[in-house]
Design a protein around this ligand. Structure first.
Ligand code: ADP
Ligand code: F6P
Length: 324
């Protein structure tokens, strides 16, 4: 018989992402609507191990749907990657009467949820990361906002780049995943896109491309460089020396992680938050919510973690033709 869930815990873990607050709000309100109690666990697994656990009522999540960041705050926690840390976490959940935990984070956070589930605490993961690097889902909470923030910033850099007839290297977030770079590359009409999944970039090719474009009358040359490739400032110096074209590097950094979530992030995060509660109430555990082929769905966490996601090859290929 499925375990009855009376009290639901919610935490955010790993890098924050705009829309996490919308998800927390949905978890709290859907739980209360279903007659459950809700506890907020602060600072991810670190807060769980420190017993930073608060009761949450519907009013505690008012006026947050439009805010970036996470009201529960987030952290990375080494102790929770150990068997002792996980055991302690499960015991603390039991001590506080928490029968189910909703974990909002990325793949690393899901591994923590998987461990808690194995120790008898029902868990559901929600994909929260600006990187879009979770294989089981076509959507992750925060990507839409982050990519729009980056796109707007890049438009501004492009204005000044064109005025000065410069080359601009703009570094966007994504240490292991190039989705933000690829989407901005297409949305901002970049001449070159450098992705960690394609670590085949050849600086001489970039130099030749800039020189050819200059001959054809292009007044700017935008290179979107993913954080995983990095070294934008030194690359700018070498490119300027080799091409004679003034080159500047701009690193967008953590501004991409903040700000008010877009409508899509608010609506999808809200839907996913409510669905996570409904799954727990049905007695499900060790599941992760995703969005695929137009539907909100759920997968076994073990299965979700074994899936792999590459870069969208077709979009990468056409991006080159679209900027000729
Ligand atoms: P993300 O969730 O965004 O992928 P991290 O990889 O930094 O971010 O993971 C967030 C947290 O999840 C870690 O600090 C740790 O507490 C927990 N975690 C990561 N990997 C594991 C693991 N193998 N077992 C248990 N907990 C883990
Ligand atoms: O996973 C989200 C992300 O912003 C990545 O794009 C980036 O590589 C990383 O987090 C940066 O993490 P930190 O907050 O530790 O600088």
């Amino acid at each position: 018989m499925a375990k009855e869930i009376n009290t639901i815990g919610v935490l955010t873990s790993g890098g924050d992402a705009p829309g996490m607050n919308a998800a927390i709000r949905a978890v709290v309100r859907e739980s209360i609507a279903k007659g459950k109690k809700v506890k907020g666990i602060k600072r991810g697994y670190a807060g769980l191990l420190q017993e930073e656990i608060i009761d949450m009522e519907a009013k505690d999540v008012s006026d947050i749907i439009q805010r970036g960041g996470t009201i529960l705050q987030t952290a990375r926690c080494m102790e929770f990657t150990t068997a002792e840390g996980q055991q302690k976490g499960a015991e603390i959940c039991k001590k506080h009467g928490i029968d189910g935990v909703i974990v909002i984070g990325g793949d690393g956070s899901f591994k923590g949820a998987q461990k808690l589930a194995a120790l008898g605490i029902n868990t559901i993961g929600l994909p929260g990361t600006i990187d879009l690097d979770i294989a089981c889902t076509e959507y992750t909470i925060g990507f839409d906002t982050a990519v729009n923030t980056a796109m707007e910033a890049i438009d501004k850099v492009r204005d000044t780049s064109t005025s000065h007839e410069r080359c601009s290297i703009i570094e966007v977030m994504g240490r292991g995943a190039g989705y933000i770079a690829l989407w901005c590359g297409i949305a901002n009409g970049a001449e070159d896109i450098l992705l960690p999944e394609k670590y085949d970039y050849d600086e001489q090719k970039l130099v030749n491309h800039i020189i050819e474009n200059r001959k054809r009358g292009k007044q700017h040359h935008i290179i979107i460089n993913a954080e995983g490739i990095g070294h934008s400032s030194s690359m700018a110096k070498r490119i300027e020396a080799a091409t004679g074209v003034e080159t500047r590097a701009t690193i967008l950094g953590h501004m991409q992680r903040g700000g008010s979530p877009t409508c899509k992030d608010r609506v999808y995060a809200s839907t996913m938050g409510a669905l996570a509660v409904d799954l727990l109430c049905e007695g499900k555990s060790n599941r992760v919510v995703g969005y695929r082929h137009g539907d909100f769905v759920d997968f076994d966490i073990d299965e979700a973690l074994s899936m792999e996601k590459g870069i969208a090859e077709y979009q990468y290929e056409i991006s080159k033709n679209l900027s000729i």
